[in-house]
Write a protein that binds this ligand. Structure first.
Ligand SMILES: NC(=O)C1=CN([C@@H]2O[C@H](COP(=O)(O)OP(=O)(O)OC[C@H]3O[C@@H](n4cnc5c(N)ncnc54)[C@H](O)[C@@H]3O)[C@@H](O)[C@H]2O)[C@@H](O)CC1
Ligand SMILES: [K+]
Length: 481
C-alpha cells in the first residue's frame, strides 16, 4: 500500500523533523532531489542539460525557496536559470541570495514573457501545501504564457493539496516532484500532476498511519483469490448475480461475465435474462428468480433490475440472506428512495455501495462536491457500508474510516456497461471472503487496469473490458513476482 497524508499531518511531521535537523537541511534535501528531476526532464526533452534554459516561477513561501535552491544546483550543471519573483520582497531570502551568487538571473514580471517563451522547462514554485484556491491573477497570467513542460514543486499550484479540486486557473505539470510523502492531490488530481516523483527527505518515521491509501499491484496480487490444489468451485466462493431484464440483458451479461473472468469460483445468475446469460456464459448456473437461486457466499444486485416493486422485492430478499452484498445501479436508487428496504439487512452483513455522482446525490441529498474523500466517508458512515464513489478517481471509504483512492489510467472507463463489470468484480471478491473495503479497492484497481489494456484496442467497449480481465490479472501477478 502506498500511504497518502493530508497536509495537516505532513506539517505536524515536518515540525518534528525540522526540530531535529540543522537549519536549511530539509530544503537542501528537497531542492537537490528537485534539481535532479528538472535535469532529467531537460535531458529527455532536449537531449542535454548544460546550456539549456530553465525559468523558475517563484512565490513567496518555501515552495518558491525550493525552486530557487534547485536553480542553484542547476547552475552548477551549466543550466541558464532565470527566476521570476511574484512577490520580490517576500521571496525566500537565502535561496534568492544563493541563486544570485551562482549566476542565476532575476527577471521582473514585466520582462518575463520573453524568458518564458524561450524556456526548455518551467519550474512551478508558486505555492505549495500552505496555499488554497486557484492561482491569483498575476500568477495565472504568467502560467498562461507557458508552453514548455512544467515541473511542479511539491504540487501543481492552484490545485487544492487536500482534495485535488481545481476551481480556477492552475498549473498543469508534466512532472510533480514532491517531498517526504504523497499528499491527496497526487492521487486525486493525476491529470494536473503528470508523473509524480517522491523525494525522500527523512519524513516517513515522523508520520503516523496514512489518511488515505492506494493499492499497489503487489497488494492486489496478494489478496486476489488464486485457486490452490485443495480448492474446488465451492471453496473459491459462489457469487450470485441479480441483474438485467429480458429487454435489457446487457447488464446481466456483463456483470456475470466479469465475475466468471475474475476468479475460479462459481457464478449463479438469477433474473429475467437467464437464457441470454446461459448462452453467453455456459459455465453459469442461471435461474429465473432470486428465490430459487441456491446458496451463494455473496450477492451482486442492481444493474438493470429496475427501480419498481419487483426490484425492491429482489433487493429485500437478497439483503436478508446474511451474506455480503454489493448493491449497484438500480439497487442504489431503490435504497435512496425507499431506505426501509435496508431493514431487511442484518447489521453484521457487509454492504458495498457503488454510486456515481448522480446516485450519490440521491443517497445523500447533495452532490459529492469537491472533497470527494469526505463525501465517500460521510456516505459510508450514514449507510454503515463500504462506499465506492465512482468518478475520474474512484474513492473507496469504509465505515471504520479507511479510505482508498484508485488513480485512473486514462479516462475511457466512462463507457456504458463499465459499472456492471466493476460490480461483478466486487461481487466475486466478496464471495471469496475478502474484507469488503479491500474487495472494492482491489476490484477498482483491476477494473482500471483491464480498462487500460482494453483501450489498446480502440474503440473499446464494456465487453472488451470483460475480455481484458484475465490479462490484467496476469499482469498483476507478474508485477508482484
Ligand atoms: N516545511 C518544511 O520542512 C519543508 C517545506 N518544503 C516546501 O515548503 C512548501 C510549503 O511552504 P510554505 O508553508 O512556506 O507555503 P507555500 O510555499 O505553500 O506558500 C504559501 C504562501 O503563498 C501565498 N499564497 C497563499 N495562497 C495563494 C494563492 N492562491 N496564490 C498565490 N499565493 C498564495 C501565501 O501568502 C503564503 O505566503 C512545501 O510545499 C514544500 O515545497 C520543502 O522545502 C520541504 C521541507
Ligand atoms: K508548486
Amino acid at each position: 500500500m502506498q500511504g497518502i497524508w493530508t497536509t495537516q499531518r505532513i506539517r505536524a511531521a515536518e515540525d518534528l523533523l525540522l526540530a531535529r535537523t540543522p537549519d536549511g537541511e530539509l530544503m537542501r534535501r528537497a531542492s537537490f532531489g528537485l534539481a535532479a528531476q528538472i535535469a532529467g526532464l531537460l535531458a529527455e526533452e532536449t537531449g542535454g542539460v548544460s546550456g539549456r534554459r530553465v525559468v523558475l516561477l517563484v512565490g513567496s513561501g518555501n515552495n518558491g525557496g525550493d525552486a530557487l535552491w534547485a536553480g542553484v544546483f542547476l547552475r552548477r550543471r551549466g543550466v541558464a536559470v532565470a527566476a521570476v519573483l511574484l512577490n520580490p520582497e517576500k521571496a525566500h531570502p537565502a535561496g534568492l541570495a544563493a541563486l544570485r551568487r551562482s549566476g542565476g538571473l532575476v527577471v521582473s514580471v514585466v520582462d518575463s514573457p520573453q524568458w518564458i517563451a524561450r524556456a526548455d522547462v518551467v519550474v512551478d514554485g508558486i505555492v505549495g501545501i500552505s496555499a488554497r484556491g486557484p492561482l491569483r491573477p498575476e500568477a495565472a497570467k504568467l502560467v498562461a504564457q507557458v508552453e514548455a513542460p512544467v515541473v511542479a514543486v511539491d504540487l501543481p499550484s492552484g490545485v487544492d493539496p487536500d482534495t485535488g479540486a481545481v476551481e480556477g486557473p492552475h498549473v498543469t505539470a508534466a512532472r510533480t516532484v514532491t517531498f517526504g510523502a504523497l499528499k491527496p492531490v497526487h492521487a486525486l488530481a493525476p491529470q494536473e500532476c503528470g508523473e509524480v516523483v517522491l523525494v525522500d527527505i527523512g519524513l516517513r518515521p515522523w508520520l503516523e498511519e496514512p489518511d488515505l491509501q492506494r493499492l499497489e499491484l503487489a497488494d492486489v496480487a496478494e489478496v486476489w483469490p488464486i485457486p490452490g490444489p485443495e480448492d474446488d468451485k465451492y471453496t473459491q466462493g459462489v457469487v450470485g448475480i441479480a441483474a438485467g431484464s429480458a429487454t435489457y440483458p446487457g447488464a446481466a451479461v456483463l456483470a456475470s461475465g466479469s465475475a466468471v473472468r475474475a476468479t475460479a469460483g462459481m457464478v449463479r445468475y438469477a433474473g429475467h435474462a437467464a437464457d441470454v446469460v446461459r448462452s453467453r456464459w455456459p459455465e453459469i448456473v442461471a435461474t429465473g428468480s432470486v428465490t430459487d437461486a441456491g446458496r451463494v457466499q455473496a450477492w451482486v444486485v442492481g444493474p438493470g433490475i429496475g427501480t419498481g416493486g419487483e426490484g425492491r422485492e429482489i433487493l429485500r430478499h437478497i439483503l436478508g440472506q446474511g451474506v455480503p452484498v454489493c448493491a449497484d445501479a438500480d439497487a442504489t436508487t431503490i435504497i435512496a428512495h425507499t431506505p426501509e428496504v435496508l431493514d431487511a439487512r442484518d447489521p453484521d452483513t457487509p454492504l458495498v455501495l457503488t454510486p456515481h455522482a448522480g446516485e450519490y446525490e440521491r443517497l445523500m441529498g447533495r452532490r459529492p462536491g469537491t472533497d470527494r474523500v469526505a463525501a465517500a466517508r460521510d456516505a459510508a458512515k450514514k449507510y454503515d457500508a463500504v462506499v465506492l464513489l465512482k468518478g475520474h478517481c474512484t474513492v473507496i471509504a469504509a465505515p471504520d474510516g479507511r479510505v482508498a483512492v484508485n488513480t485512473p489510467r486514462g479516462s475511457w472507463l466512462a463507457t456504458a456497461g463499465s459499472g456492471d463489470v466493476l460490480t461483478g468484480l466486487v461481487g466475486s471478491l466478496l464471495a471469496a471472503r475478502l474484507d469488503p473495503w479491500l474487495a472494492a479497492a482491489a476490484a477498482a484497481q483491476v477494473h482500471s487496469l483491464a480498462g487500460a489494456l482494453a483501450a489498446e484496442e480502440v474503440p473499446t467497449s464494456a465487453s472488451g473490458l470483460v475480455d481484458a480481465i484475465p490479462a490484467a490479472l496476469r499482469l498483476i501477478r507478474a508485477a508482484s513476482r
